[in-house]
Design a protein around this ligand. Structure first.
Ligand SMILES: *[C@@H]1O[C@H](CO)[C@@H](O)[C@H](O)[C@H]1NC(C)=O
Ligand SMILES: *[C@@H]1O[C@H](CO)[C@@H](O)[C@H](O)[C@H]1NC(C)=O
Length: 192
């Protein structure tokens, strides 16, 4: 038993040493969202909450297997005071109606439980971002970590759909929908 343990430790140690040569350190509090940024060969944007509470963006120029380096630095995109500690995080790539890549938007919860948005293309976030869903003050059920988002450029008049558990309708999914014609957010619940 003792010998097995030693062997296992030795293998883990060797594996650790090998990996340590060439990795970018990440210490995420919760889940990590990643989207293609559609430039280059598998270029990726990665968003997560760092230990200090802020949302950080990382970028690679290729998929990891292609060895494309992390080239965004470790960029804080939303400061800790605008992010609930332990928030879920989700990201949606945007597409124009012609099908061209149009940046990506990130969703998370504010410290007071408001569904919040970071618009990467314009680096907008927080209460001062008038076009962000944040400004609608849609409230999330206390303790809920349910969250999804995606862009929908096939359904006329639709651009973004963000699913969460709303204080107004607990016990089901509510979608915040951004209408690309009116440029307005509205809420609807999962129909029976
Ligand atoms: C929080 O941590 C991230 C990741 O390490 C770092 O990029 C960022 O600068 C830190 N924020 C502050 C305010 O120190
Ligand atoms: C959420 O629930 C926790 C634990 O019950 C409580 O301490 C906290 O005050 C609640 N927050 C809100 C905004 O209601």
């Amino acid at each position: 038993m003792q010998l097995l343990k030693l062997v296992a430790t030795a293998i883990a140690f060797i594996a650790g040493v090998e990996a340590a040569a060439n990795f970018f350190p990440v210490d995420a509090v919760g889940n990590i969202a990643a989207v293609r940024d559609d430039t280059g060969k598998g270029a990726t944007h990665i968003f997560y909450q760092a230990r200090n509470g802020s949302i950080v963006r990382l970028c690679t120029t290729t998929a990891f297997i292609g060895n494309g380096k992390q080239n965004c630095g470790s960029t804080e995109v939303v400061p800790a005071n605008e992010v609930m500690y332990g928030t879920p995080i989700t990201a949606a790539p945007l597409w124009t109606s012609a099908g061209a890549f149009d940046g990506n938007n990130v969703y998370y919860y504010s410290p007071d439980g408001i569904l919040s948005e970071y618009i990467n293309a314009k680096m907008l976030h927080g209460p001062s971002c008038t076009q962000c869903v944040t400004n609608q003050r849609f409230r999330v059920v206390n303790g809920s970590v349910a969250l999804y988002s995606f862009a929908d450029n096939k359904t006329p008049g639709m651009q973004l759909r963000v699913g969460f558990e709303s204080v107004e309708s607990p016990g089901t999914i509510t979608e915040a929908t951004f209408n690309s014609n009116t440029q307005k957010w509205s809420l609807s619940i999962l129909p029976n």
